[in-house]
Design a protein around this ligand. Structure first.
Ligand SMILES: [Ca+2]
Ligand SMILES: [Ca+2]
Length: 281
């Protein structure tokens, strides 16, 4: 009987834990008017135990761009290039090049996670890129262990004084450090078109580090994490040009310094891709 009692008690504990886990998965929503990239209402959260990347069958072919001239490129060699970038620094966030990296620094807000104290730090391109002609924008996340998330975002609007997700139209892919819930570190693909947010992918990340890439080609936008295609759909921003953002957006008790490196934007060559031949650009 004692043995059964122990088993029953352990089962009850396990059940309580599972129920608590389910409750915890419902990430709270940010207050106020600012749109934030929380996970509320995202059905993909149910995939947390599977560890199977969304659309894992769509492994991207290695899109090495060694034969193409980049439209933009920065390896962040300690000097801010004002011909390429403008800074996003909101609520004490700081973007700074150091040690050959773009460091994004989030202040200690001295508040709890639930207080939803947000800050942003990073870069946005000074000039827009032609979405009509297509491009591949990529950046490496080389460190993510302090701030909340590392974001690659494109938008037809340039915002530097608020969270860029306030823009009316954007697409993003981001790695999300979610240490409040163990094993809930995520890769996300999210869009906002005409103010309507769509949570397109939310799945366990491949790694805290690695390349984020957005490709726009022939009216299709595709998102890659560490070379794995996570999602693809028709490109829906009406504007013919877009700005490219790399930044962190942090909330609550997250603070510290994390790093990007090796940003590049390449043209896409339709002829090159379809024929596999050499096409001058
Ligand atoms: Ca560098
Ligand atoms: Ca760090």
């Amino acid at each position: 009987m004692v043995q059964n009692g122990k088993i029953t008690f352990a089962s009850a504990l396990l059940l309580c834990f599972l129920m608590l886990s389910m409750v915890c998965l419902n990430t709270p929503t940010a207050n106020g008017s600012s749109l934030q990239t929380n996970s509320e209402g995202t059905p993909e959260l149910t995939q947390e135990t599977g560890g199977i990347p969304v659309q894992a069958d769509l492994i991207s072919q290695s899109t090495t761009q060694q034969n193409k001239q980049p439209l933009l490129q920065d390896s962040f060699d300690d000097v801010f290039d004002s011909s390429i970038w403008e800074k996003i620094e909101v609520n004490g966030g700081v973007a700074m090049e150091k040690d050959g990296l773009l460091q994004v620094i989030a202040p200690d807000s001295n508040k709890s996670w639930e207080d939803w104290y947000w800050s942003q730090a990073g870069y946005v391109t000074k000039r827009p890129i032609s979405a009509a002609q297509g491009f591949e924008a990529s950046v490496n996340v080389v460190e993510l262990d302090d701030v909340s998330e590392m974001v690659l975002l494109i938008s037809d609007q340039k915002i530097t004084d608020r969270d860029p997700v306030n823009a009316t139209n954007w697409y993003m892919i981001n790695k999300v450090l979610h240490t409040k819930y163990p094993n809930q570190s995520l890769i996300r693909v999210v869009s906002r078109i005409d103010e309507k947010i769509s949570w397109l992918v939310e799945a366990p990340w491949l790694s805290s580090t690695g390349q984020l890439k957005i490709k726009v080609s022939e009216g299709v936008i595709s998102f890659f994490e560490n070379g794995l295609m996570r999602y693809s759909e028709p490109y829906a921003i009406n504007a013919s040009e877009c700005y490219i953002y790399i930044y962190t957006s942090k909330w609550g008790h997250y603070w510290g310094t994390d790093c990007f490196d090796d940003f590049a934007v390449y043209p896409v060559s339709i002829d090159n891709e379809s024929k596999g031949g050499q096409t001058s650009l």
